[in-house]
Design a protein around this ligand. Sequence first.
Ligand SMILES: C[S@@+](CC[C@H](N)C(=O)[O-])C[C@H]1O[C@@H](n2cnc3c(N)ncnc32)[C@H](O)[C@@H]1O
Length: 308
Amino acid sequence: MNLTATSVKPSTSVSFPPRVQFSRLRPSTLKCSMEVGGLDSDGREFKSADEMWADQVGDSNKKTDWYRRGVGYWEGVEASVDGVLGGFGHVNEADVSASEAFIKTLLSELFPSDARDSQRQLVALDCGSGIGRVTKNLLIRYFNEVDLLEPVSHFLEAARESLTPGYHDKHQATNFFCMPLQEFTPEKGRYDVIWVQWCIGHLTDDDFVSFFMRAKAGLKPGGFFVLKENTARTGFVLDNEDRSITRSDLYFKELFSRCGLHLYKSKDQRGFPEELFAVKMYALTTDVPKKVHRTRSKVHANIPRIIK
Ligand SMILES: C[S@@+](CC[C@H](N)C(=O)[O-])C[C@H]1O[C@@H](n2cnc3c(N)ncnc32)[C@H](O)[C@@H]1O
């Protein structure tokens, strides 16, 4: 197994995610990110994302095949932490603790307790939940209810079996939806947070945009999305094996803008092995984020002022 940045074809055991990064992608220069080229896992170069998408999902048969192979890949993977982390089960702890720091900050800034109705029941959706790793280690501790969405039935069943009533003394996993994101429409206004981690690479750009547009209606007023994903240095990297793409930060930002979403905050994941793709967490809101204003006294604390 070659874990260096110059390896082009990842081995099956380290496929997704976190994933070994590829090197020597085209420089982005000043082009819009979708015009920037990318590579696939066999070293084939694409001049643009449009060229790659036309090649991969250019007609309805190809598109069906893309999604069939994506889910088919995961159907052959063991229902374990190591399985859903592509052989990198040991990064689970670092992943969870960075996510926890991020969600704590977001909850305190976006749902401050003085503004929060104490009766408010926080509800989250865990998208592409796999075996429920993110729900069990994180979401169930912060949200009264968590729903899980996952297209691979043996993963979802493993999640359901472990998240039985009583898993948490006060909170519960409520709904287990066995379907892919591109076919899912959430119940209107149900969720405070929709968490999307390490699965959006399976969606084409058009399905990415239409998923988030539909999912906006599933948020409560003031609710938000968290997207946590591998990022390519530039352009994109296509994995031929599981039919997923790793997008660059710029590529993601262009898609957020197509979705009409606002980037409230982003944070880099730290503490992962260097040979892996960089991982970013994005908090996205449907409304323009309000600036957190510091109080007048703090702003002027260091300048001379008249004593009243
Ligand atoms: C790398 S695993 C991550 C699982 C989980 N999010 C975690 O972090 O532990 C990728 C997950 O995406 C799911 N997936 C694949 N295609 C999907 C799709 N079209 N819609 C939603 N999830 C999908 C897979 O079945 C798998 O559970």
